[in-house]
Structures are given as C-alpha cells and as structure tokens.
Design a protein around this ligand. Sequence first.
Ligand code: HEM
Length: 392
Amino acid sequence: MTRNVEAFDRWIRSDFVAMNTELEELYFAREDRSAVDGIGDAIKQRLCDEGRLLIAPLRAEGRTNDGFETAFHLLGNVGLYMGALRRHELTHPDREEQSPHREASALALHVGAAAGMAPRFATAHLATHNLAVDGVRKSFTALPDEFLFIDENCRAILSFQSAADALRRLVALGVSSPVADVLFDQALTALEAVSRINRRLFDTLDVDRFFYSVRPYYKPYRVGRQVYRGANAGDFSGINEIDLILGLCSARDPYYAQLLLEKMPFMMPGDQARLRDCMATPTMLDAFLSAMADQADAPWFRTNAAAFLTLCDAFGQTARDHHDLLVARFITRPAAGVNAQALSSITASGPPLEVLLRSLERLRDYRCAAPRPDLPTRHDDLERLRRAIGMS
Ligand code: HEM
C-alpha cells in the first residue's frame, strides 16, 4: 500500500464518516427529510474537495500492479466517495451526460478494470471484504442503523455462503450418498440463521432512518459517461449457487440468466467463477426426479429426499422473509409516503419501484416453488417428489 492509498483509506474511515453523519442529522431534522438541496452546503463542499485532493495523487500514481487487494480496496474507497457525492446530490445521473467528478471517475474506471469489477463500490466492500481496523468496519456514516444494516447484511451473506459451500460439497458426493445428512444439516442450519437475521432486521432497524439516511447511499450514479446501478445485499454468488444447485432456478431460463449476467460485474471475481461453475452443474431436484422411477422406496431416497425438501422449504422461507418482511416494511410502505421526485431514485438497481417489486416477487416465487402457471417454477416437480415419499 502506498502512502497515498493509506491517506485516502484513513480519511474514508474518519472525516468522511463524520461529514456524512453531520449531513444526515441536518436532513433528518427537517420536515421534508428527502429534500437535501441547499442543506449543509459548506460540509458538502468540504467533503467533495477533501476527497478530490486525496484522489488526485492516486490517479497520478496510476499503480494498479500492486495486486488485486490494493485495486479492490481502492475501488471500494473511491466508490464510497462517489456514492456519498450522489447521496448529497453533488452529482445526479439525470442532469448530466458524464460525471462532473472527473478524477474520481478516472480512478474508479482504472481500478475497476484492474480488479475485474464494475467501477463502483460493491456489496463486498461493505460486507464480506469490509476490513475492520481496531474493531471498526467501513461505513458511510456512524449512525447505529447503518451499522445494524451492514452488519446484519454481512451475517446473512456469510450464512448463505455456508449453505452454498455445503451444497457444493454435496454435489461431489451425489444425492444418494449415505453421508449427505451432514451436508444437508449444515446447509439447513445456515439457512435457518438467515431467517433469524432477517427477522432481527425486521424487528430492530428503524424504518425512517433506513429509508432516509441509509438507503440513499445506494443510488445509481455515473462513473465517466455510464450510469452504474447501486449495490445491494444480493451481489454475491452464494444465493444463486443455492438456486442453481437445488434446481429452483435455471440458467436456461432467459429471465434468470439475464439476471446472473447483469450482477456478475458487481461480484468478486472469485464469486463470478463459482457462479459460472454452478451454471454447468446438474441440479439436485433433477437427480431426485430421475431416481424416483426405480428408487422411490429405497431407504436412501426417502431419507435424502426428505432432507432436500426440508432444505427447499427453509430456502423458500428466506425468500419470503426478504420480500414479504424486509422489502415490504423498509421500501414499499415508506415509498408510498414520498413524492414522485424522491421516489424516482429510490431503488438501488434503478428501475421504477413497481418494476423492481415485480422482479423481486418473481425471484421469491422461483425460490418458494410457488404455483405460478405463468412462470417456470418447480412447484409441480417438488409436489411429485413430496408425494413419492409421503410428505405432501
Ligand atoms: C432492510 C433490509 C433489506 C431491504 C430493505 C432489502 C431490499 C432489497 C431491494 C429493494 C432489492 C432490489 C435491488 C435494489 O434495488 O437494491 C434487494 C435485492 C436483494 N437483496 Fe435485499 N434487502 C434487505 C436485506 C437483505 C439481506 C439481509 C439479504 C441477505 C443476504 C438480502 C439479499 C438480497 C438479494 C439476494 C437481492 C438480489 C435479488 C435476489 O436475488 O433476490 N437483502 N434487496
């Protein structure tokens, strides 16, 4: 790490956080919490200038040959800075053809290309690869609700990853393996942990603080000429590895394949590779269905199919938690109370809210194998399997 890289990292972990927190308190104290124009202008200017001064030498240094780690962390820091500029309306993709923050854009594009990722901060920067120093991880603000949100997101991601790891190991053993119980149990424990975390977020996160002071840092913004969508807790491969290995979603389904392709650049390169690998893996549901004709009464079939179905139910539950609890409470309901202008940039992924909600609902229904004649869910196949072992 060069001295310039260190200086920028120190600033991101200290003054940057203090300025964002101060601005959030000013916005939150106002009657219209979503109107940030003309509030705290001196602080906004300081944030913009101090960041630019630290970025200029980094850009001039142009060192991307210090390895992936340096490029990745630098990408996160410049991305947090640009995310904050967007949040404070110091840039807005709709009123510009290219980002007015030229040096930050140039650095982000350079390190993004070097790291093999989109040139903006990604979920991994604030979650699975958010390096803590003296017990403190990176964040935009020091608001307790932001800490709660990023920590619980990270815990849920780590749990999904454990479930995916167990399932990948099970692929190597096959669904008829006598030792499948260990891996089905590990995956189940991990998914039950996700549901507990979802429930905790639902119970403890403050709706207004999340909606007005945390979520706005996840808006899309321009880097150079192009707009890049915001990060979301889903930008890791684990959940899709589970989708594909269980067989609840298919990469042959153009809707789902498009979704995978779209999210790839927002993932760590290692996750991108794991996801590509899973796309070619035969699914467990298909393996059970093809064994059903002559093995339905075999003890291994009854035991392992029951464990598989229980796991699918637990996975479906996490999808229902996400959509019916978290999205409903923290996005859909508060969105009903804001004006059209504030609403237009509420979703981190960019599309209008009702389009986004439909697409999240569709994913929920794939994962729950819901009876949806309009979608290729695996409802009927799971029912056949349940009937075969008397679980329906
Ligand atoms: C307050 C809590 C949360 C809210 C309000 C929320 C909301 C959202 C929204 C609105 C999206 C759509 C993309 C976007 O506009 O950002 C999304 C995507 C996603 N979120 Fe969350 N989320 C929350 C917590 C979590 C947690 C804890 C996880 C677990 C890892 C998670 C996993 C995902 C996934 C996987 C996606 C991508 C779509 C999918 O594959 O289902 N979210 N979330």
